[in-house]
Write a protein that binds this ligand. Structure first.
Ligand code: ATP
Length: 295
């Protein structure tokens, strides 16, 4: 299967500071990909590089096999819903749809009309008077009706209440099932990502910590709990992701393909949130060792 996004040693620097460093990933087509990481991790930077709004400082990125934003045809194949679901406050819903039709060669007018009717977006309503959830839905309709092969969304649900978030995510799930569409969306809300995504990228401190299919990530990451000890006594095929200790007990999150045969450890599965938090919690020396191992 072809990849929708391929980055090789991709980096972006603002002034002297790296916002994204040494990013090498390959995302296969046909996934809904969650991009997660703390504030300032570099998520927006990666997404803007993917749509051609930023140029790399180092390395390279291809999206659907082409250079991001390089040609009108390439632009038509990728939809982008930027942070804060941007719409034009003074334009009505109908005017947004007409503008979409004018600007996008593959515009699906029937899809846009049908979705906006189903969601009760009145054609004469100005976008500035819509609720936050309705504005996000309008932005999603514009992104979908463009009929992209890849839809990229930067924190599309950040400002929505739980009900509006659920409706938005349901709409996204329906749309990805109906149309052949790959999606990359960033969010801080792992519980939301878990509902819609089957692939995850964890970005921390400008670096990709891990990326892969969620079921595979969950199958290979475990929490070990046992009497207090140092993690250097673990087997070498167990990559330590995070450690924490109390006076008597050690808790270690490891990545491994093989089962743990040491009976002094209790092995438990991780939730997706635990897994993400373990990567966010990785001690600096472990991050360095991990990065060295990846080189
Ligand atoms: N235009 C810019 N000029 C200078 N620094 C920038 C610029 N845009 C982003 N940065 C810096 O680059 C780093 C990564 O920012 P980015 O917006 O990509 O992070 P993010 O993961 O999307 O964060 P958030 O979750 O808060 O939206 C941050 O330290 C940020 O301050």
């Amino acid at each position: 299967m072809t990849s929708v996004l391929q980055a090789q040693a991709l980096g972006k620097k603002y002034g002297k500071r790296w916002a994204l460093s040494d990013c090498t990933i390959e995302i296969p087509a046909g996934h809904v990909v969650g991009l997660v990481g703390p504030n300032g991790a570099g998520k927006t930077t990666l997404l803007k590089l993917a749509v051609g709004q930023l140029e790399p400082t180092t390395g390279g990125i291809t999206v659907l096999g082409g250079r991001p934003g390089s040609t009108p045809a390439q632009l038509a194949r990728v939809g982008f819903v930027a942070q804060d679901t941007p719409v034009y406050a003074a334009l009505t819903v109908a005017e947004h749809l007409r503008l979409g039709a004018r600007l996008n060669p593959r515009w699906d007018a029937a899809l846009a009309r049908e979705r906006s009717e189903r969601l009760g977006l009145a054609p004469t309503q100005r976008a500035g008077k819509l609720s936050g959830g309705q504005r996000a839905q309008l932005a999603l309709i514009l992104g979908l009706a463009k009929r992209p092969e890849l839809l990229i969304m930067d924190e599309p649900v950040a400002s929505l209440d739980p009900l509006a978030r659920r409706e938005f995510l349901q709409g996204l799930t329906e749309a990805t099932a109906e149309h052949k569409l790959s999606v990359v969306l960033s969010s801080h809300l792992v519980s939301d990502l878990e509902k819609v995504c089957d692939y995850l990228i964890v970005l921390v401190d400008s670096r990709v910590r891990t990326a892969g299919k969620i079921d595979q990530l969950l199958a290979t990451h475990h929490r070990l709990t046992g009497p207090r000890r140092d993690h250097d006594r673990l087997l070498t095929d167990q990559q330590v992701i995070s450690t924490s200790h109390t006076d008597r007990q050690s808790t270690i999150v490891v990545r491994t393909d093989s089962p743990n045969h040491d009976p002094t450890w209790t092995v438990t599965r991780l939730s997706l949130e635990d897994l993400v938090l373990a990567y966010m919690d990785t001690p600096v020396e472990n991050r360095r060792a991990h990065l060295e191992a990846q080189r």
